[in-house]
Write a protein that binds this ligand. Structure first.
Ligand SMILES: Cc1cc2nc3c(=O)[nH]c(=O)nc-3n(C[C@H](O)[C@H](O)[C@H](O)COP(=O)(O)OP(=O)(O)OC[C@H]3O[C@@H](n4cnc5c(N)ncnc54)[C@H](O)[C@@H]3O)c2cc1C
Ligand code: FES
Ligand code: FES
Length: 490
């Protein structure tokens, strides 16, 4: 299809003129006069621009997802249903939506600038059926900032509606609002945007357009548009290729599709890969996690990307695909230098394969940042350890982010642990090798000395935290990176 087409508050709209790098936020405000959706930061941090998009949930059924419209380029909602705050009260005579009433009753709004975005996060929460755990309330709201009201009344409003799933027009509409095909070959005078539906089509586009850049969630790439005002001439989205999104399990392990989102990964990993689930919990906010993808996080090759350390620690293989076929490399070799990967021209990351962790392995992931939610890591790590029956270390994979130009293993520390009893003394001796693994940099997130000290303490924390069980789950009111040992375990 060569025209943009999506459903806005129940009405299908089409466009053939608008630039493909127009964000949904700008389109709503500038072209449709829907100014209820606000712009705060234009970089995914404040949530003022939150809208809901209908996506297929893990059970295959359509579900509302709160997303940041400031990072969403128009072709990313091709064939999808979008609901804005104006859509919650479709006619002048209609009653406010329960989440609007809840905000009003709880006195959850003062200047009101953040309110439409918060209401849209509550809108998603209203129709979620998995809001039983209390931490999910914080997770739902942590992508929405409010400078005036304070969060107690906003949280009270959230508690009133979250998970209520009222059998109203929005529930009924969901059934008929499944995303349609995203297939797109859209061109304006200066820009192109392709969304192929198959790998063959993808490779053809990449072959014919040497300047093409791959995009999926856009939570990294869209910032080039909104912050640096760049206009990429040719973007190719992988979102239309179903096979790249699959999360699956086999006897050998797990396959994580490159375009699976972080919220899909978090749900999948919760019972299967607790270390990955723990890292996913503190990855961005819910609006970001609904768009951010596994592949995007690895391919941006950021030294502080949160997935790489935990996946490297699990011994993951990256599967790269091109018109020539597939090739496999260990994930740790995927990162070749600062923000550079082993991807060649015409190649994409298709999936990563996670070998099934040994039942007796100790595996954990940690992230240290200035605040707990929605922040960038100063240091992150994935730590994986196998012991024999005598308690001697037979395998150690300790991977760190924020300590070097690429995510990297602490091979000297690992070597020092091999063949040793896993006890406090061994840990301290092995940690003396950390300076030969890393010479971290000083920056505004932390000095080199701070990063070294954090890295050391995370290994010590890992030792203590995994004493009692191999991969303890997070406490419901989790407040620290490393959890204290359970009573009697110290
Ligand atoms: C507010 C905010 C909070 C964030 N919080 C975190 C956080 O807590 N932790 C963290 O690690 N990151 C965070 N990020 C960064 C970002 O969300 C992640 O890196 C995300 O996983 C990127 O995925 P994406 O699909 O949006 O990537 P995109 O922006 O679509 O793409 C990113 C890059 O990867 C390339 N690419 C994407 N997929 C493929 C593929 N399959 N094959 C080849 N190339 C590909 C693109 O060409 C592009 O260069 C945050 C970003 C924002 C805006
Ligand atoms: S404008 Fe702040 S998150 Fe979009
Ligand atoms: S009510 Fe003013 S910013 Fe939230």
């Amino acid at each position: 299809m060569n025209r943009l087409r999506f459903c806005l508050n129940g009405q299908w709209v089409e466009d053939t003129q608008v630039a493909p790098t127009t964000t949904v936020l700008r389109y709503l405000r500038d072209q449709r006069g829907l100014t209820g959706t606000k712009e705060g930061c234009a970089e995914g941090d404040c949530g003022a621009c939150t809208v809901a998009v209908v996506e297929n949930g893990p059970d295959g059924k359509p579900t509302y997802r709160a997303v940041n419209s400031c990072l969403l380029l128009l072709p990313m909602v091709q064939g999808k249903h979008v609901v804005t705050v104006e859509g919650l009260k479709p006619t002048a005579s209609a009653a406010p939506h329960p989440c609007q009433s809840a905000m009003a009753s709880a006195l959850g709004s003062q200047c009101g600038y953040c309110t439409p975005g918060i209401v849209m996060s509550l809108f998603e929460a209203t129709y979620r059926s998995d809001m039983q755990e209390t931490w999910k309330m914080d997770d739902q709201l942590c992508g929405n900032l409010c400078r005036c009201t304070g969060y107690r009344p906003i949280r009270a409003a959230a508690q009133t509606v979250a998970g209520t799933c009222p059998p109203d027009a929005f529930s009924t509409a969901l059934e008929a609002s499944a995303p349609e095909s995203m297939a797109l070959a859209y061109e304006t005078k200066t820009q192109r945007f392709f969304t192929p539906s198959t790998m063959d089509e993808l490779f053809k586009v990449l072959h014919h357009h040497a300047n093409a850049r791959v995009v999926v969630g856009g939570t990294d790439l869209s910032l080039e548009v909104t912050k640096r005002f760049e206009k990429p001439p040719c973007l190719v989205s992988l979102e239309g290729i179903a096979s790249l999104k699959t999360l699956s399990e086999s006897a050998d392990g797990f396959s994580l599709g490159a375009t699976a989102t972080l919220s899909e990964l978090e749900a999948f990993a919760e019972s299967r890969l607790p270390a990955v689930a723990r890292m996913a919990r503190y990855f961005g906010a819910r609006q970001i996690k609904h768009r951010a993808t596994v592949g995007g996080n690895l391919c941006n090759a950021s030294p502080i990307g949160d997935l790489a350390p935990v996946l490297i620690s699990l011994g993951v293989t990256a599967v790269l695909a091109s018109s020539k076929g597939e090739r496999r490399i260990p994930l740790e070799l995927f990162f070749t230098s600062y923000r550079k990967t082993a991807l060649e021209a015409g190649e994409v990351l298709a999936r990563v394969e996670v070998p099934r962790p040994s039942a007796s392995a100790k595996s954990m992931a940690y992230k240290v940042s200035k605040r707990r939610e929605l922040d960038i890591s100063a240091v992150a790590c994935g730590l994986y350890l196998q012991l024999n029956e005598a308690g001697v270390v037979t395998l150690a994979r300790f991977a760190f982010g924020g300590m070097a130009a690429t995510p990297k293993r602490a091979t000297a520390v690992e070597q020092a642990l091999l063949g040793q009893l896993w006890n406090e003394q061994t840990v301290e001796t092995a940690l003396q090798s950390l300076p030969s693994d890393f010479q971290p940099m000083n920056d505004h997130r932390g000095s080199a000395a701070y990063r070294m000290s954090v890295a050391e303490n995370l290994v010590r924390g890992f030792f203590h935290e995994t004493r009692g069980s191999h991969s303890p789950p997070l406490l419901p009111q989790h407040t620290a990176t490393v959890q204290p040992p359970a009573a009697g375990e110290a």
